[in-house]
Design a protein around this ligand. Structure first.
Ligand SMILES: Cc1cc2nc3c(=O)[nH]c(=O)nc-3n(C[C@H](O)[C@H](O)[C@H](O)COP(=O)(O)O)c2cc1C
Length: 189
């Protein structure tokens, strides 16, 4: 199964650090082909409502990677109590059925503990819109959980491991169902 681990931060490094750690945990599974992507490394256009097939460059690349993946770990820094605009733009760009029947585990990083429920009320509804399956136990990492740019908190690391293991279990269990879901046109180009 193809898993895309995506960080939605354009500025800092914490979210991508967590995403890379999740990707490393996923790479331990023989059944998983994982790729970690950092939105900060891409030049993604704003969604202007056109057919997703007509974007070019990095915008086309990110749409394609998402369409081709079976499961995702998606991470965002919390901005104003929600996901970043850059990540929301990616959700706006992809075809309506790009995530249908697929599996998503969410992670978020934030500077305050007040926003840990943003995964529940900002990210999970997006997955529901796309009719994706949400892995229970999204991981929220606070600034205190990092030292010298590394994720060091043992409990957060344990939760991340649990999230990635649950992701693989759920995506494997849904394998047959996913094959029956119509894939967007873009995969047949
Ligand atoms: C524009 C902006 C808005 C932010 N809003 C919040 C917020 O509402 N709640 C919060 O907990 N942290 C907020 N933060 C802090 C970031 O979420 C936090 O530093 C995060 O770990 C940064 O992740 P990164 O290093 O991957 O960019 C904000 C940071 C910025 C730059």
């Amino acid at each position: 199964m193809k898993v895309l681990a995506l960080s939605g931060s354009l500025s800092g490094s914490k979210t991508y650090t967590v995403i890379k750690e999740a990707a490393a945990l996923l790479s331990e599974f023989d059944s998983v082909e994982v790729e970690a992507l950092n939105l900060a490394d891409l030049k993604v256009e704003f969604c202007d409502g056109r057919d997703p097939l007509t974007y070019e460059g990095d915008t086309d690349l990110i749409i394609r990677k998402i369409v081709e993946a079976d499961a995702f770990v998606i991470g965002t820094p919390i901005y104003r109590g929600s996901l970043t605009g850059a990540l929301k733009n990616v959700f706006d760009l992809i075809p309506n059925d790009a995530l249908r029947g697929k599996v998503i585990g969410f992670v978020a990083t934030g500077g305050t503990y007040h926003h840990y429920l943003a995964i529940e009320h900002q990210l999970n509804p997006l997955a529901s819109y796309f009719r994706a399956h949400i892995v229970p136990g999204g991981v929220y990492a606070h600034n205190d959980h990092f030292q010298n740019g590394q994720l060091t908190d043992a409990d957060i690391k344990r939760r991340l491991k649990e999230l990635t293991h649950s992701l693989v279990s759920l995506a494997s269990a849904l394998d047959g169902e996913r094959a029956e879901v119509r894939q967007p046109e873009i995969t047949r180009r």
